[in-house]
Design a protein around this ligand. Structure first.
Ligand SMILES: [Zn+2]
Length: 462
């Protein structure tokens, strides 16, 4: 329980605020602190830095400033008590579909996609990679329509199909799969276009994979493969042992749709060989790419995923796949440790897309942080065919920090209890740590907010 201030102090509070406001408009920032935000007492899981222990995490100017035991609250503008919770890098989901808003029906460059901000921060995700909704012909439309307007950090795999994921007639058109313009667009947006995607191809030809690898080689970025319809002319073993390069990504690894298990029910030896070559295996759960009867034997034989991802879209998110934490829950239920599950949802995917600045809490790194709770109880987790596995653990997201500011706070753990505030309280957060309710003048991204000027005096926001 937090101590409440004495009653007389409550009466003084508005007067104090007035003094700070008047003084702050002319003077240096009244509260120049070593840290803007301090997450205190949580269990930090940071795979890159091999930390799994109780640590405090301090943030300054949108970057990680310190990770250590017993950092002082007095040095921070804002301290949040996260004892009993897990503090991880902001989750990185490298398989989502977010090119919505075009009005195109039945298309992942349209109605099948989701606006990312509605589904990310509430589950601890701060970075997503769109998995090929746009190709070189419509990538700039995707960028101006979604990427540039979202608070979520959106990266993208560019589709080898020039028209992107617009549905059947587009995605089966071999003449629109051109390596040169795809690579050219990727090179125009380095660090934003992080890979090339090929997906949904129904024919027996290798052309989509070959063109994607060609584009990936030209732009020096990995390829992610959704291997489409299974064909004996292009078996998965040949894909991962011959066609893909080390560092290329095979997604939907537990779908069972393309011989991931051999007829005897064991992991396809080709996948094991592919992994030895350095090919990456990603979950990409989706609405039709995760089965318990595939995942359970594969995990038993030690074939774990390199990265955990959702394949979030309008069709998957209300079926067996709910959200990133739900997919992580499934791997906890399969017996992986929380440390391992977090690594496969943060540092591993960040490395796969060559974004070494993300997915960890090193000093100086972007301050994207998720604060997670492990709930125990009786839960159920369903696969693409509706089969359930019972489980006893579930991850919940308590707090999400993006670029050093709180962007989601489920139970208000970063907020004061309302009776401790002046009777006419307005927005009382500070833009240096608060991305939700900063007082005017401390709005995130504004110069005044960055410099820490006090909120101007004036009537409370209505
Ligand atoms: Zn997908």
């Amino acid at each position: 329980m937090r101590a409440r201030p004495e009653r007389w102090a409550l009466y003084l509070l508005p007067f104090t605020f007035f003094l700070v406001a008047v003084g702050g408009s002319r003077q240096a920032p009244p509260t120049a602190s070593t840290y803007d935000l301090l997450l205190k007492g949580g269990h930090v899981i940071d795979a890159r830095n091999k930390i799994s222990a109780i640590r405090d995490v301090a943030i300054k100017d949108g970057k990680i400033a310190a990770v250590a035991a017993n950092l002082k609250s007095a040095d921070a503008l804002k301290t949040v008590d996260v004892a009993g919770l897990y503090v991880t890098p902001g989750l990185v989901d490298i398989h989502v579909h977010t090119y919505t808003g075009t009005g195109e029906r039945g298309s992942y460059a349209g109605d099948n996609s989701v606006y990312p901000d509605g589904f990310t921060f509430r589950v601890g995700v701060t970075t997503v990679a769109d998995a090929g909704c746009a190709g070189w012909r419509n990538f700039e439309d995707f960028k101006q329509r979604i990427i540039d307007r979202s608070k979520t950090r959106i990266l993208a795999f560019i589709n080898i199909v020039g028209n992107g994921m617009r549905g059947g007639k587009f995605e089966q058109d071999l003449t629109d799969m051109e390596a040169a313009p795809t690579a050219e667009m990727a090179k125009r947006f380095p660090g934003l276009i992080v890979g090339v995607k090929t997906a949904h191809y129904q024919g027996p030809e290798w052309i989509p994979v070959e063109r994607a690898v060609e584009a990936g080689t030209l732009a020096n970025i990995p390829v992610m493969v959704d291997f489409g319809t299974d064909h004996k002319e292009r078996p998965v073993a040949e894909l991962v042992t011959k066609k893909l390069r080390p560092g290329d990504i095979y997604t939907h690894v537990y779908s069972g749709l393309r011989g991931e298990l051999d007829p005897s029910g064991h992991v396809n030896p080709g996948l094991i060989e592919g992994r030895k070559r350095g090919v990456i295996f990603d979950v990409g759960h989706g609405g039709g790419s995760f089965l318990w009867r595939v995942a359970v034997p594969a995990i038993k034989e030690g074939f774990l995923p390199d990265s955990i991802s959702t394949d979030l879209h309008i069709g998957s998110m209300n079926t067996g796949m709910k959200d990133m934490l739900n997919v992580m829950d499934k791997f906890l239920a399969l017996g992986l440790s929380l440390d391992d599950v977090v690594a496969k949802s943060t540092w591993n995917p960040a490395r796969e897309i060559k974004q070494d600045g993300l997915g960890h809490l090193s000093v100086g790194a972007v301050a994207d942080v998720a604060v997670l709770r492990v709930e125990t109880g009786r839960f159920g987790l369903t696969d693409m065919n509706g089969a359930r596995m019972d489980s006893t653990q579930r991850l919940m997201c308590e707090l999400t920090v993006k670029d050093g500011r709180v962007v989601y706070d489920l139970n208000g753990i970063s907020r004061p209890e309302w009776r401790t505030l002046p009777p006419d309280y307005g927005p009382i957060g500070d833009g240096r740590w608060d991305g939700l309710n900063p007082a005017r003048g401390t709005t995130p991204g504004t110069q005044r907010g960055r410099e820490g000027a006090a909120p101007p005096a004036g009537p409370a926001r209505r």
